[in-house]
Design a binder for this molecule. Structure first.
Ligand code: ADP
Ligand code: MG
Length: 245
């Protein structure tokens, strides 16, 4: 019997401090190829910090991130992209004066995973993300939904095996939401692992049943989305944040 391969992503007691404040206070979870894990929690609970630390934007202050069994240490984001880790941004910041095509081509050139010749052609990627008719537009001329599509195209251009998604659904209309959920589900069916930070639970529900709920830098629940919405502590944390505005 061959031993079980390591999970694609293993996050082990991750800590990230800002001054004396612990934005991540010992978060642990793992993710296999082809799996989608939802990450939910009130504003400020550490979701984006979690993505920033896994993607290499912030070095962790404790704990470890392992990718395919290898500890990543202080590896820079573009080096992680070449290993097969990429992410989208809650507030995308494309190169404003470059065109859509130039933005995606640049990401592909800079971060493309080693050993992947052409993960998917640029034209096919732009078509898949409904950006083909906007390819020669400058990024600054896109609306916010189109900028989210561009940001996803940029991340996918590197051929990731692990995609970290930060609130992609915000600002999309119902038809766009449906197509985005279908697109992410198809990526997972193709073997990509996805960590999806999302407030819109109906969107997450179309992608996965497994979620982690965070509060104040800690994991307070792991299990199915349905069970999360019935969990008293989860409910209290969400109602509390709503009342706090
Ligand atoms: P979420 O994405 O769940 O809304 P964040 O991960 O963005 O939460 O933030 C978690 C906490 O860490 C917040 O209190 C936030 O203000 C703080 N934080 C995040 N990034 C930084 C930073 N670069 N410098 C200082 N504090 C930060
Ligand atoms: Mg966030």
């Amino acid at each position: 019997m061959s031993p079980e391969p390591p999970p694609l992503l293993a996050v082990d007691r991750l800590v990230k401090r800002f001054g004396g404040f612990r934005a991540l206070d010992g978060v642990s979870f793992s993710l296999k190829a082809g799996e989608v894990l939802g990450l939910v929690g009130p504003n400020g609970s550490g979701k984006t910090t979690c993505i920033n630390t896994i993607s290499g934007l912030y070095p962790p202050d404790g704990g470890a991130v392992r990718f395919a069994g290898e500890r990543l240490g202080g590896l820079a984001p573009h080096r992680r992209a070449r290993l097969g880790i990429n992410r989208t941004f809650q507030s995308p910041r494309p190169f404003a004066s470059l065109t859509v095509r130039q933005n995606v081509a640049l990401a592909a050139a800079y971060g493309r995973r080693r050993g992947v010749d052409e993960p998917v052609s640029l034209a096919a990627l732009l078509a898949m993300l409904e950006l083909d008719h906007l390819a020669e537009r400058r990024a600054e001329d896109l609306n916010s939904a189109q900028q989210k599509q561009l940001d996803l195209a940029r991340a996918l251009a590197t051929g990731p095996r692990l995609l970290l998604v930060d609130e992609l659904a915000a600002g999309l209309n119902p038809a766009e939401l449906t197509r985005m959920a279908e697109r992410l589900a198809a990526l997972a069916r193709g073997g990509m692992a996805l960590l999806v930070v999302e407030h819109l639970l109906s969107f997450l529900d179309r992608l996965t049943d497994r979620v982690i709920v965070m509060n104040a830098g800690r994991e307070i629940f792991e299990g199915s989305l349905a069970a999360a919405t019935r969990n008293p502590e989860v409910v209290r944390v969400f109602l509390g944040s709503d009342h706090a505005g």
